[in-house]
Design a protein around this ligand. Structure first.
Ligand SMILES: Nc1ncnc2c1ncn2[C@@H]1O[C@H](COP(=O)(O)OP(=O)(O)OP(=O)(O)O)[C@@H](O)[C@H]1O
Ligand SMILES: [Mg+2]
Length: 264
C-alpha cells in the first residue's frame, strides 16, 4: 500500500449553470479512514460524492486516488480506480432477485459439453452471493427473493453489500444516507458493516443527517455549508453543539485550512 491518501480532492468546484453547488472544496481521506460528511439539505454532500464516483465532472479542481491524478468520465472509471458509491436513491433492479442484483454485471455463464453455452449459471451466482453476504456478516431475506419484495431497509443493506463486494482490498466506499430508511437492527448492521470494512482497509465517506451515527463510526468529521467546507476535524475533538453550529452556518471551524480556497 502506498503512503499517499486513498483519495484526495483539491479545490473541487461544481457549478450547475449559475448555481454553485461546490466552491473550492479540498479533502484527503486516508486508507481505512471513515469520514462523516455532514451538512444541511442542499449543502453539496451528494454533489461531492458524485464527483468522487464519476457521475459529475467537476467544473474545477483535482482528484487523486493513491496519489495518481484521475479524470473520471463515468462511474465505470471510478469503479476501476476502486471507488463504489451507494446512492441516496438506490439503483437496484426491482424485478431481479437479491442474487442477481449482487452479481449484476458479473454474471456467470454455465459451461456445457460444447463449452460456454450462454446460460446464466444461477446456482453458482446464488452460492457466490450468499457467501459474499455471509462474509460481510449480513443476514437478510433469501437471495432468491425479488428485490421488489424487500423492505426499504433490506434493499439498502443489499445495495451496500453489492457495492462492498465490488471493492478491491483497499477501495473507497461512498455512502449517501445509508441508514435514513433503516430501523434499529438494520442500522446497527450497516454500522458494523462500516466498521468491519474500515478495519479491512476500506476508506469510507459517509453522508448522513444522523449525528449520533456520525459520532459512532467516523474518525473524522467534515462539514459542508452552502458548498463550502465549514469544518474538517478529528471526530474525537468535536461535540454535537459545535457540529450543529457548523451545519447551520452559525460558525466555521476555527483555524480551518481550506487549501487554495479563495474568499469572495
Ligand atoms: N442536477 C442538478 N442541477 C442543478 N442543480 C443541482 C443539481 N443537483 C444538485 N443541485 C443543487 O446543488 C446544490 C447541492 O445539492 P446536493 O444534492 O449536493 O445537496 P445535499 O447536501 O446532498 O442535500 P441533501 O441533504 O438534501 O441530500 C443544491 O442547491 C441543489 O439544488
Ligand atoms: Mg444529498
Amino acid at each position: 500500500m502506498n503512503s499517499s491518501p486513498a483519495l484526495q480532492l483539491s479545490d473541487i468546484t461544481v457549478h450547475y449553470g449559475y448555481a454553485r453547488a461546490l466552491e473550492s472544496v479540498s479533502l484527503a481521506v486516508a486508507h481505512g479512514e471513515v469520514v462523516a460528511l455532514l451538512g444541511d439539505n442542499g449543502a453539496g454532500k451528494s454533489t461531492l460524492l458524485k464527483v468522487m464516483s464519476g457521475v459529475h465532472r467537476p467544473t474545477g479542481g483535482m482528484l487523486t486516488v493513491n496519489g495518481a491524478a484521475q479524470d473520471f468520465r463515468s462511474p465505470r472509471d471510478a469503479a476501476s480506480a476502486g471507488i463504489q458509491m451507494v446512492y441516496q436513491d438506490l439503483a437496484l433492479v426491482d424485478s431481479f432477485d437479491i442474487a442477481s442484483n449482487l452479481t449484476l454485471g458479473r454474471e456467470k455463464l454455465r459451461k456445457g459439453p460444447l463449452g460456454w453455452l450462454g446460460f446464466l449459471d444461477r446456482a453458482s451466482m446464488r452460492r457466490e452471493s450468499q457467501s459474499e453476504l455471509d462474509a460481510l456478516g449480513v443476514r437478510t431475506a433469501p437471495v432468491t427473493r425479488p428485490v421488489e419484495m424487500l423492505s426499504g431497509g433490506q434493499r439498502q443493506v443489499v445495495a451496500i453489500a453489492r457495492a462492498a463486494a465490488r471493492l478491491p482490498a483497499s477501495g473507497i466506499l461512498l455512502l449517501d444516507e445509508p441508514t435514513a430508511a433503516l430501523g434499529h437492527e438494520q442500522a446497527e448492521l450497516v454500522e458494523s458493516l462500516i466498521r468491519s470494512l474500515a478495519a479491512k482497509g476500506t476508506s469510507i465517506i459517509l453522508v448522513t443527517h444522523n449525528i449520533p451515527l456520525a459520532f459512532a463510526v467516523s474518525d473524522r468529521t467534515v462539514v459542508l455549508n452552502r458548498g463550502r467546507k465549514a469544518a474538517d476535524i478529528a471526530t474525537a475533538n468535536v461535540d454535537r453543539d459545535k457540529v450543529v453550529s457548523w451545519i447551520t452556518g452559525a460558525s466555521v471551524q476555527e483555524g480551518l485550512e481550506t487549501s487554495g480556497a479563495h474568499q469572495e
